[in-house]
Design a protein around this ligand. Structure first.
Ligand code: NAP
Ligand code: G4F
Length: 343
């Protein structure tokens, strides 16, 4: 039986990956950090909370990482833990760099000294492409991160490549474009939209306030993307792979698609921070723009080219944009009806 260590197990990807690995017969150790709220609702929703072996781990604490690697002696390590919210990284750049950047150096040093045979996956991101130099973006596209988050992840990406080249570790960097699901955190734009519109559709007096609705993202389904992570670690050597759907949409388009799925036809007015949207039938204002939600520097346009993953890993996304939006809308509508929008 193979043993996997999944950091960031309380997050969206941690839950889907845990379910996938358990289904493949792995013994799964899920690492979470101590917190007052310590929430395992995603693992619970996927029905795997009782099957994963939970262990405490903080990427800020080297001895903690070292002891866990010694205890688990994993065959595969998936490092999904991160301060993953781009907006927060502008407020907390040092903390973000410590967790997302130095945290990966701590983990790689532990792997190198304690379990050098383990295969290592680093959760890299399309945010590293930032102010994109070419479209679509692939493994050879130059990087230009636009946030402390992107900078921290770029450090971790090169730390991973360097561990492979210097120490011969089986270390892989998966450059994943945005992937979503009903288990996405509420602060990310997709679930912020679907959870708020669901409540509006049910007649609640709430307003959807967004930032830059013209930003474009290549949005896929998290369940597809964790399959890609696993396939990467089944390769004879470590490497770098992009996972993306190859289709991009604006935030505004996401709002329109979600509203249509809830039978809320919208009429848009204005541009930039003056943009509003109202319900076509009732005239009620549904959406406004909050200038404070704009980021100091934005990633305007992301579109991924995942041909290497298709050719080498045989990986392809199975959920397209309309299906993805519908999945999130349905889940949030059901939750809103029961008065239990979860984060
Ligand atoms: P997520 O839902 O925000 O999960 C992040 C996880 O990291 C949570 O379990 C969180 O724990 C944990 N964490 C935060 N700080 C930590 C620390 N100091 N030590 C240990 N654990 C810590 O993120 P996700 O969407 O599942 O993404 C998984 C990974 O992929 C992240 O590294 C993210 O940056 C990267 N990524 C995500 C996407 C995407 O579109 N989802 C795309 C590219 C890359 P708490 O529950 O305690 O906060
Ligand atoms: O949903 P977002 O916060 O995701 P973002 O910044 O693209 O980052 C996510 O994907 C990355 C992969 O590319 C991951 F590495 C990262 O960890 C995270 O999972 O924002 C998407 C877009 C941005 O352009 C943002 O400016 O939506 C725009 N946006 C407009 N209004 C908003 C809002 N984003 C949020 N979160 N909240 C808003 O009100």
């Amino acid at each position: 039986m193979k043993r996997a260590l999944v950091t960031g197990v309380t997050g969206q990807d941690g839950a889907y990956l845990t379910r996938l690995l358990l289904a493949k017969g792995y013994e799964v150790y899920g690492a979470y950090r101590h917190s007052a709220s310590g929430s395992f609702w995603r693992l619970h929703e996927l029905g795997v909370l009782d099957d994963v072996k939970l262990e405490v781990l903080d990427l800020l604490e080297f001895t903690n990482i070292l002891r866990l690697c010694q205890k688990v002696k994993p065959d595969e390590i998936y490092n999904l833990a991160a301060q993953s919210f781009v907006s927060h990284s502008f407020e907390q750049p040092v903390f973000t760099g410590d967790v997302n950047g130095l945290g990966v150096s701590r983990l790689l040093e532990a792997v190198r000294h304690v379990c050098p045979e383990a295969r290592f996956y680093q959760a890299s991101t399309s945010e590293m492409f930032g102010k994109v130099r070419e479209t679509p973006q692939n493994e050879d596209t130059p990087f230009h991160p636009r946030s402390p988050y992107g900078v921290s992840k770029l450090y971790a990406h090169w730390a991973t490549v360097n561990a492979r080249e210097s120490w011969g570790l089986h270390a892989t960097s998966g450059i994943l474009f945005n992937h979503e699901s009903p288990l996405r955190g509420l602060q990310f734009v997709t679930r912020k939209i679907t959870s708020t519109l669901a409540r509006i559709a049910l007649g609640e007096p709430v307003l959807l306030e967004l930032g830059n609705v013209d930003a474009q993202r290549d949005w896929g389904f998290a369940g597809d993307f964790v399959e890609g992570m696993w396939r990467m670690l089944q390769q004879p050597q470590g490497g770098t792979y992009v996972l993306a759907t190859g289709v991009t949409h604006s935030v505004r388009n996401f709002v329109e698609t979600a509203a249509a799925a809830l039978d809320l036809p919208l009429v848009w007015d204005g541009e930039g921070v003056s943009t509003t949207a109202r319900h076509a039938k009732t005239g009620r204002t549904v959406l406004t723009i909050g200038a404070q939600l704009y980021r100091p520097a934005e990633v305007d346009h992301l579109l991924g080219d995942a041909r290497r993953a298709a050719d080498v890993l045989g990986w392809r996304p199975t959920v397209d944009f309309p299906e993805l939006v519908t999945q999130l809308v349905r889940a949030d509508f059901d939750r809103a009806k029961q008065g239990r929008i979860l984060n």
